[in-house]
Write a protein that binds this ligand. Structure first.
Ligand SMILES: Nc1ncnc2c1ncn2[C@@H]1O[C@H](COP(=O)(O)OP(=O)(O)O)[C@@H](O)[C@H]1O
Ligand SMILES: [Mg+2]
Length: 245
């Protein structure tokens, strides 16, 4: 057993934590946490504030090397945060192109950027700066940036939580549509149980710090899912119960 990130192409899962423990000073945030995220799966993490959800994503992305345990990841990982992920001094096109900076062929890169702009419905805003966009539009630029290139693992840390309710619903629908166009492995953190029930193949409900998985819930229903679908309502009830709400 060792700490660190290992690229492993033989693994059947895309992401794996095995007995991962991490502390910040005296504060134990993760203790012997194990989880597997399979190829193409959308796993949603819910749990109390401060329990270690962002830390889990940072360990999965390799931004935090845990004190002990094993981290396996296979593929290109991109992270999207709640807000402020864009460079304010770059235009929409330039921000999206950041996701393609390893691509040397500039003509090809320009074409890719324009396809991504169409994909997230931002035609006409290519030369706008982030401050000239609404919150929902900024998160769509973020989506385009993380979808750029050959990213196949998306780590999403409350990406829509700063948006108003209607924008959140729209972004959820958008994400589902984009995942149907190209299968990606997703770990999504949210406080919003409605969002969890609409998006997830599997919801992991976490306990307080140090985070342990207190309940695992499979949602076997096709997407897009209406809020009034039985599977969504049942999942929401179970999550609420598990959170003690
Ligand atoms: N870089 C850090 N330095 C010190 N403490 C941290 C750091 N990052 C997170 N923590 C602490 O670890 C705990 C878990 O944080 P976090 O993973 O951000 O929780 P969540 O995302 O579930 O709200 C919190 O108590 C937080 O204060
Ligand atoms: Mg967090």
């Amino acid at each position: 057993m060792y700490a660190g990130v290992m690229k492993d192409n033989r693994s059947v899962s895309r992401l794996q934590l095995e007995k991962v423990s991490h502390s910040f000073g005296q504060v134990s945030v993760l203790h012997d946490l194990s989880l597997v995220v399979n190829h193409g799966e959308v796993v949603v993490l819910v749990g109390p504030s401060g329990c270690g959800k962002s830390t889990i994503l940072n360990v999965l992305s390799g931004h935090i090397i845990p004190l002990s345990g094993l981290v396996r990841s296979e593929g290109v990982v991109r992270t999207i945060h709640q807000q402020d992920g864009l460079f304010p001094w770059l235009t929409v096109s330039e921000n999206i192109a950041m996701g393609l900076r390893s691509m040397k062929d500039t003509a090809h890169r320009t074409k890719e950027v324009s396809e991504l702009i169409n994909l997230v419905h931002l035609e006409g805003f290519e030369h706008h700066y982030p401050h000239q966009l609404s919150g929902g539009m900024r998160q769509r630029v973020e989506l385009a940036r993380v979808l750029a290139g050959d990213s196949d693992i998306l780590l999403m840390d409350e990406p829509f939580s700063a948006l108003d309710y209607q924008s959140r619903l729209r972004m959820r629908r958008e994400l589902i549509r984009l995942l149907q166009l190209r299968l990606r492995t997703v770990v999504f953190v949210t406080h919003d149980i409605e969002e969890a029930a609409q998006l997830a193949d599997r919801v992991l409900v976490l306990s307080g710090r140090p985070a342990t998985i207190s309940c695992e819930l499979l949602i076997d229903a096709p997407r897009p899912r209406d809020l009034t679908d039985n599977a969504v309502i049942e999942a929401m009830k179970k999550i609420l119960k598990e959170l003690g709400l």
